[in-house]
Design a protein around this ligand. Structure first.
Ligand code: MEV
Length: 313
């Protein structure tokens, strides 16, 4: 049996604007993981996928077109076998599970797909670079999200902080100093695809002001990258607040997100913002060792449904 894992992710800066060609920064979250196991199955049995968290077992060949979760897994397996030059429907049993919560902007779909691609490559003795893995996972992301920027698959496949410009650049970079993030879940489900579509509709009706907002976010991302390289956490916190103001202005925040952001800031966070598609999902707060526990408790007290503490290094 072969096992592979992949982390979750959070976007630190630049969500939404990244869809319009501006840069973004994302980091892996190792506290949550997706896991895939691949084992040989009896001859002639074909491929079976066991999705433990969905409580399902199915054959990729027989997935119905409207069954999106199963379809995403089936496509991931099919595309990977093709990329490895192996026939479809090999005799394999593939079991997937994840502690990355689904639909919360933590990259669960990309993490599961990454674990599956890696486990298959390793089981079948194929060699894939992180970039190959990222490209395969992007194909699955299209099924989940429509026209994703590619940020999730890139940061998860590389497993390092990433500076990303859609279709142009993805650079791993090193931090001057590790830092702590608290991730607070509003408990509100929000489909990234719908929020991205809604931003597009608004952009279409008022391009000039949306382009100006995206430019402002792009400039924040550039400064944030430098602050991360310099290890300047005070500046990084200020930039998170500035990015949040822009996200609110483009209409992707929500009362629940604002409530958790305010709670984190009053408990001493250096900065806080929503992360990912918005209108629900997660917010993130930058903390140091002195404020870490206070901010975590403040978020839990203010109604966060789940709180993850993660060190970014
Ligand atoms: C979603 O995690 C991030 C967005 O920028 C969409 C994308 O990058 O595809 C909102």
């Amino acid at each position: 049996m072969t096992v592979a894992t992949a982390p979750g992710k959070v976007i630190l800066f630049g969500e939404h604007a990244v869809v319009y060609g501006r840069p973004a920064i994302a980091v892996p979250v190792n506290q949550v993981q997706a896991r895939a196991e691949v084992e040989d199955a009896p001859a002639g049995s074909g491929t079976t996928i066991v999705a433990e968290d969905l409580g399902r077992e199915f054959r990729p060949r027989f997935v119905e077109p409207g069954d999106r979760d199963a379809l995403a897994l089936a496509h991931t397996v099919g595309n990977t076998l093709k990329r490895l030059g192996r026939p479809a429907d090999l005799d394999l049993r593939i079991t997937v599970s994840a502690t990355v919560p689904m639909g919360r902007g933590l990259g669960s779909g990309a993490a599961v797909a990454t674990a599956v691609v890696r486990a298959l490559a390793s089981h079948l003795g194929g060699y894939l670079t992180s970039r190959d893995v990222s490209e395969l996972v992007y194909q699955t992301e299209i099924l989940h999200h429509g026209t994703p920027s590619g940020l999730d698959n890139t940061v998860i496949a590389f497993g390092k902080p990433i500076y990303f410009v859609r279709g142009q650049r993805d650079e791993v970079f090193w931090l001057g100093r590790p830092f702590w993030l608290i991730i607070g879940d509003t408990g509100v489900s929000s489909a990234t695809r719908e929020v991205v579509d809604d931003v597009r509709r608004r952009w279409e009706t008022d391009r000039a002001s949306y382009e100006a907002r995206f430019d402002a976010i792009g400039a924040i991302v550039e400064r944030a990258r430098q602050a991360m390289i310099d290890g300047d956490l005070t500046e990084l916190g200020r930039l998170m607040d500035a990015n949040q103001r822009e996200l609110k202005a483009i209409g992707v925040s929500s009362p629940e997100l604002e409530n958790l952001i305010a709670a984190a800031l009053s408990a001493g966070a250096l900065g806080a913002k929503l992360s990912g598609g918005g209108r629900g999902g997660n917010m993130i707060a930058l903390v140091d060792e002195r404020t870490r526990d206070t901010v975590r408790d403040a978020l839990a007290f203010s109604g966060a449904q789940a709180v993850i503490v993660t060190q970014v290094c």
